[in-house]
Design a protein around this ligand. Structure first.
Ligand code: BES
Ligand code: MN
Ligand code: ZN
Length: 495
């Protein structure tokens, strides 16, 4: 998608103009001169009040004015926030899609200047087209619905304001596109997005942020003693890979980096603790943590992030076969701890164990954040809107909560009780990756991971519910949401 700023006298060529309206501001004050009377009549008739989620299509029939004008209700200006803006913009874009208008105008009123980034995010996120693999007529029809260009039209002549929101629009566009790439990676099935593809995408992303990349192959991991990661990848079709990306910021605030770690299981069958059919459905999404880190790395340099950032991706598949890890196998992790694999389906914590242990040993980080589709139980507990947040540091946790609120990638603090920490202590080995009680599943996952953070500041974000959804938000789609990019970028900018 392209977003560009256009002069008001050029809008006549547009097929559709989106005009935002507020419930608590007289319509005549914010809308274009040409449609003032028309809009006021619609209000009097009760057709449109500017309420959140409301929209109304008008056909003004003025020469030199767009044929279609789409009024979009933004609710009360007084209660407006970034989340609402993204949603309202999505209502507009989805309507443009239905009308197959590939070039639309957006009437930028001064009430929205401060929301330019969210506006652009809304444009790009809601314009995402998930039907990548259709063919023929269906594909053509589908592609006709893509909005190719948005012309942002300034309601008033204010060059200075325009310059400022132009920058914010571009930032929103970049963030939206990175999130859409994450969606593609997460929606991509295993026969299309395998470990090698993930590595290629990581390399591309690292290049975009001038980051160096180190790829640990199976033999490297063997030498280094990453037995937890290798155990999971034992029966993989594609060799397991650990990808390490190093971003060195210009004018970094502090030397110690933020280490972000992503679970990259390209398919999770459960292993010998095989998932039932229903549970296996959509397990291509089990790489959403790693994908979010790839998306974030695309942006670090472009957005001038002033933090040193290390991205670590643990990439493999959890399959069955003669060589596959068996229940009760005992593996040794990178930090020397031994683990009894009581359940091969609790594989996420195993691969994160090695990735995190490596990250803290090598980089002495300021903090570590891992993103992982770790447990189905977090979906039961929190649903699809909040990810589960586990942290050993109050301040770090709070910063993530705040970043979540402003980006609408919400996280909800969850506990790790001392008694739960006992549950991951092993009888035969140092640790065990599963116990049968069925209680506090997501917390036990977090407690297990904490064994590998070496006392560093750390947060674990369980994104099983938020990364891939059945009931999407207005600007999302069924399936992958691209969760994590906005959250991590906001966090890195704010700390
Ligand atoms: N990848 C799954 C978690 C998951 C489930 C993500 C549903 C998205 C939707 C993870 O590897 C897993 O299998 N977790 C087990 C943990 C259990 C064995 C302790 C689960 O949730 O059942
Ligand atoms: Mn699993
Ligand atoms: Zn998994």
């Amino acid at each position: 998608m392209e977003i560009s700023i256009t002069k008001a006298d050029k809008i006549g060529k547009l097929k559709m103009l989106i005009v935002p309206m507020f419930e608590d501001i007289p319509f005549a004050k914010t809308c274009p001169e040409e449609i003032k009377d028309m809009v006021e009549l619609r209000r009097q008739d009760g057709d449109f009040e500017g309420k959140e989620g409301q929209s109304l299509l008008l056909f003004p029939d003025y020469e030199g004015f767009p044929v279609k004008v789409l009024l979009i209700g933004f609710g009360k200006k007084a209660g407006l926030n970034a989340t609402k803006v993204r949603c309202e913009v999505a209502v507009a874009i989805k309507s443009a899609k239905n009308h197959k208008v590939q070039e639309v105008g957006f009437y930028m009123v001064k009430e929205l200047y401060g929301f330019a980034q969210s506006i652009a995010e809304g444009f790009v996120l809601s314009n995402y087209n998930p039907a990548k693999y259709q063919t023929g007529k269906k594909k053509e029809e589908n592609e006709k619905k893509d909005v190719k260009k948005v012309f942002v039209v300034s309601a008033e002549n204010n060059r200075k304001a325009e310059k400022e929101y132009e920058r914010a629009l571009d930032k929103g566009l970049q963030i939206g596109e990175a999130a859409n790439l994450v969606r593609d990676l997460v929606n991509g099935p295993h026969n299309m997005v395998n470990a090698d593809v993930m590595v290629e995408e990581a390399e591309k992303a690292a290049k975009q942020s001038n980051s160096s990349v180190l790829i640990l192959e199976e033999k490297d991991m063997e030498k280094m003693g990453m037995g937890a990661m290798l155990g999971v990848g034992e029966a993989a079709e594609y060799e397991p890979k650990m990808v390490i990306m190093e971003y060195k910021a210009k004018g970094a605030v502090t030397k110690a980096p933020v280490v972000i770690v992503g679970k990259g299981i390209t398919f999770d069958s459960g292993g010998y603790n095989l998932k039932p059919s229903q549970g296996m459905d959509a397990m291509k999404m089990d790489k959403a943590g790693a994908a979010a880190i790839i998306g974030t790395f695309r942006l670090l340099k472009k957005l001038g992030i002033r933090r040193n950032v290390i991205g670590i991706l643990a990439i493999t598949e959890n399959l069955i076969g003669p060589t596959a890890q068996k229940p009760n196998d005992i593996v040794t992790a990178y930090n020397g701890k031994t683990i009894e694999v009581a359940n091969t389906d609790a594989e996420g914590r195993l691969i994160l164990a090695d990735a995190i242990a490596y990250g803290v040993k090598k980089y002495k980080p300021d903090c570590v954040i891992d993103l992982a589709t770790l447990t189905g139980a977090i979906i039961v507990a929190l649903g699809e809107r909040h990810a589960g947040l586990f942290s050993n540091d109050k301040e770090l946790g709070e910063k993530l909560v705040i970043a979540g609120e402003s980006t609408d990638e919400l996280v909800w603090p969850m506990p790790i009780h001392e008694d739960v920490k006992e549950k991951v202590k092993g009888k035969l080995a140092d640790l065990v990756n599963w116990e049968s009680s069925g209680m506090a599943g997501p917390c036990k996952g977090a407690a297990f991971i904490e064994e590998f953070v070496g006392g560093n500041k750390w947060a674990h974000i369980d994104i099983a519910g938020t990364a891939y959804v059945k009931e999407p938000k207005k600007y999302d789609h069924h399936g992958a949401t691209g969760y994590g990019v906005r959250l991590l970028i906001e966090f890195l900018e704010q700390i």
